[in-house]
Design a binder for this molecule. Structure first.
Ligand SMILES: *Cc1c(COP(=O)(O)O)cnc(C)c1O
Length: 469
């Protein structure tokens, strides 16, 4: 591709994206497709000769775009938000344009140093203690796996790394914890049997009394408690585990405390939400995803550790290397995680934090939380709907229930209700189960969502429920 063609399409794509930010509302949130509908339009074999950009661009619009789910749609109330923003997209363009591979300080000093600065801005923004040091990872799953592997090494005096796995290390998480924990436990070699799920209270938060009992029982039985994972904002209902009590137990029994705040961590940038992360001085590691709720396009997850030496000792394959004169002065982030090669993710984060300012970001998140509470209020005062979990931040779990049907019937009705709410493609909500009950989830966190979109969704829900029951 010559320079002028690149320039032409570069301008055209930016124009297209600028319009998309406005137009995204016009697309159905989800395409109405069957598996294979896209594949059947694509050739089985790669082209042998160069194809013109105009043809590729046309195929994008004709084949790919109609098969996209629009996460940036204002009617996005499904799963969790995965926001981008104009500032993050511009940062991402420069990252791709420069194409640097930022594995160590020397391979891009600015990338390493900007990462150090920006993750420390984030630490301050969510009110974590000064001693915690951060690194950007691709996802919370990878960060949690890194925490589990490091906790394993700390618990065994770094002998698993050398001699292979020891038996009988235990990991604890609430039974509402995210599936990435089970996955991490499997990969890190603890063995799934050694992940103990702790029961929750009526608000779906971990019960510290049961956690302590499990730890004590395990110690008596000869196990080594290695890691507790507390969740700030569970996936089903954004329950908040009692971090203060859990932290005290981890100090008492000398267990690594990892905090999974993947989505809800962003809410801690609000002064009024500082209470979301109490007892932060007891945290060994902490993850949250700016790629969910903090307007930085996927992927961008931030992993904080209290003692980077433990992480580095676990991850580094050449400890001697760290002892050279330059390497004691800089952070070589290849030793702070699993991957060697690293994208320059700090750039888009820097753009976002500067372009919005902390106050601008707070305003957006504060609105989402307010609208979630408004929505919960409407549910609460309705005769036909009920809340199924407390609303801690931006997620409302509810179901239709007129008090005259049993749970099985209610599940059928609510399944149908959700299907009919989503069918026209104006909004998209998803579901979960809480205490065995089918619950519809209204997750409010899209950058483009307006108050009117939340009101309109409540109207749709009522219209559909009047039609089907
Ligand atoms: C979304 C989420 C995860 C997984 O995040 P990834 O970055 O996709 O790995 C883990 N834990 C919680 C609580 C989440 O909300």
């Amino acid at each position: 591709m010559d320079k002028e063609t690149f320039r032409k399409y570069g301008h055209e794509f930016v124009d297209w994206i600028a319009d998309y930010f406005d137009n995204v509302r016009k697309y159905p949130v989800r395409p109405n497709l069957k598996p294979g509908d896209i594949k059947s339009q694509l050739p089985d074999n790669p082209p042998m000769e160069s194809q013109d950009m105009s043809v590729i661009w046309k195929d994008f619009q004709d084949i790919i775009l109609p098969g996209m789910t629009h996460w940036q749609h204002p009617g996005w109330f499904a799963f969790f938000p995965a926001n981008n923003s104009p500032a993050s997209v511009l940062g991402e363009i420069l990252t791709a344009g420069i194409g640097a591979q930022c594995m160590v300080w020397e391979t891009s000093p600015a990338a390493a140093e900007l990462e150090e600065v920006v993750v420390d801005w984030l630490r301050q923004m969510i009110g974590l203690p000064e001693g915690l040091k951060g690194v950007i990872q691709d996802t919370a799953s990878t960060a949690t796996l890194s925490a589990l592997v490091t906790a394993r090494e700390v618990a065994t005096g770094f002998s698993c790394n050398e001699k292979g796995l020891l038996q009988g290390l235990r990991v604890y998480a609430s039974k509402e914890a995210h599936s990435s924990i089970e996955k991490g436990v499997k990969i890190a070699g603890y063995g799934r049997e050694n992940l103990r799920y702790i029961n929750t209270d009526e608000n779906y938060a971990m019960r510290p009394d049961l956690l302590e009992k499990a730890i004590v029982d395990d110690i008596e039985a000869g196990y080594i408690p290695a890691c507790v994972i507390a969740t700030i904002g569970t996936t089903s209902s954004t329950a908040i585990d009692p971090l203060q009590e859990i932290g005290l137990l981890c100090r008492k029994y000398d267990i690594w405390l990892h905090v999974d705040a993947a989505m809800t961590g962003s809410a801690a940038i609000l002064e009024e939400n500082r209470g979301l992360i109490p007892g932060a001085d007891k945290i060994d590691s902490f993850v949250f995803n700016p790629h969910k709720w903090l307007l930085t396009n996927f992927d961008c997850s931030v992993f904080f550790v209290r003692n980077p030496e433990h992480l580095i000792k676990t991850m580094s394959v050449n400890p001697e290397y760290l002892k050279t004169s330059r390497d004691t002065e800089v952070n070589n982030y290849r030793d702070w995680g699993i991957q060697l090669g690293r994208r320059f993710r700090a750039l888009k984060l820097w753009f976002v934090i500067r372009e919005y300012g902390v106050q601008g970001l707070r305003e957006i998140i504060r609105n989402h939380i307010k609208w979630a509470h408004d929505f919960a209020g409407w549910i609460d005062s309705s005769e036909e709907f009920e809340l199924l979990a407390p609303v801690s931040t931006n997620l409302v779990c509810f179901r239709w229930n007129n008090g005259k049907r049993d749970d099985e019937e209610l599940e059928k009705i609510n399944r149908l209700l959700l299907q009919k709410i989503n069918e026209p493609g104006e909004v998209y909500l998803t579901h979960t189960t809480l205490s065995g009950n089918y619950a519809i989830r209204m997750s409010i966190g899209q950058r483009t969502t307006l108050k009117e979109d939340v009101e309109r969704t409540w109207q749709i829900i009522n219209e559909v429920s009047n039609l089907i029951v």
